[in-house]
Design a binder for this molecule. Structure first.
Ligand code: ATP
Ligand code: MG
Length: 257
């Protein structure tokens, strides 16, 4: 029957289209996974390299450097291991699953550790941490320590990369309505007003030529935004062209220890 075979053809076409959609979807997912994975592993690899070079140069004769650098390397390796596992989980789950109220991180300790690692891989930069208000003695915030490190690394990586003559980065903390505000300020090239809201979009770069010279893909801030928002936080930027940029993100404050 002609009408029947037409139905069958139609059904076959639908099945075929669905299948192609699924293949395309899983292809895009894999592509995204590879992009995100390479972005997130870049800095930890650099940090590990920094510690190993330090060990190689001085650690053999200096027991303090030996101990410190070995500890830091092991810690960074642990972090990378978790990161890889998480990226794999993520690619399966398709989205960051909020860890909800059961995860917490000591904000000061985590920031200090990330700063130390950045001082190692960027010796020509100065990182300053300032805490405003007595409400923030030793804040415990609602996020997993790994995610917090990931966000800080993404923002600090940019701050360093888009600095110009002034190699100084200020990190400040303050409390506001039960949230902790973390601001990373640099004195670099800045971002034009019209681009400010777009820098959190995937693959968005302000000046393609400029960013490519500095090796960017436009991925960092979109990953940071996804992470921050999965913990009910917000992330935003303010900037003056040629003067510098501030990136601020908020996280729920659990308590002060
Ligand atoms: P990737 O992070 O993938 O290596 P990227 O740094 O270009 O690449 P994002 O971190 O998402 O990507 O940042 C997006 C864009 O926002 C950058 O290309 C840059 O133009 C601008 N930008 C981000 N941070 C700063 C900053 N601190 N100062 C000036 N411009 C910035
Ligand atoms: Mg970046």
């Amino acid at each position: 029957e002609p009408s029947n075979s037409k139905d069958e053809m139609g059904e076959l076409t639908n099945i075929f289209n669905d299948m192609m959609d699924q293949i395309e979807h899983s292809f895009n997912q894999q592509k995204r996974f590879v992009e995100d994975a390479s972005h997130e592993l870049r800095t930890p690899v650099q940090i590990m390299e920094g510690h190993l070079k330090l060990l190689n140069r001085w650690g053999k004769n200096d027991p303090i450097i030996l101990e410190e650098s070995l500890q830091a390397s092991i810690q960074e390796l642990e972090r990378m291991k978790k990161l890889v596992q998480e990226l794999l989980d993520l690619s399966r789950a398709e989205q960051i699953e909020s860890k909800g109220s059961d995860s917490s991180a000591l904000l000061l300790k985590t920031i200090q550790q990330v700063i130390k690692n950045f001082e190692l891989i960027h010796e020509d930069f100065t990182f300053k941490l300032e805490v405003y208000g007595e409400n923030l003695d030793n804040p415990l915030v609602q996020i997993s320590e790994n995610h917090l490190e990931q966000i800080l690394i993404i923002i600090l990586d940019n701050a360093v990369k888009y600095s110009d003559q002034i190699h100084k980065i200020d990190i400040s903390l303050e409390e506001e309505n039960g949230m902790v505000k973390i601001t990373v300020r640099d004195y670099g090239v800045g971002i034009p007003d019209e681009d400010l809201s777009k820098i959190f979009h995937r693959f968005y770069r302000v000046d393609k030529a400029r960013s490519r010279a500095r090796g960017g893909n436009g991925l960092g801030l979109s990953i940071a935004k996804q992470l921050v928002e999965s913990y009910s936080g917000e992330i935003y930027a303010s900037s003056t062209l040629g003067k510098g940029t501030s990136i601020t993100f908020t996280l729920p404050l659990i308590e002060n220890r």
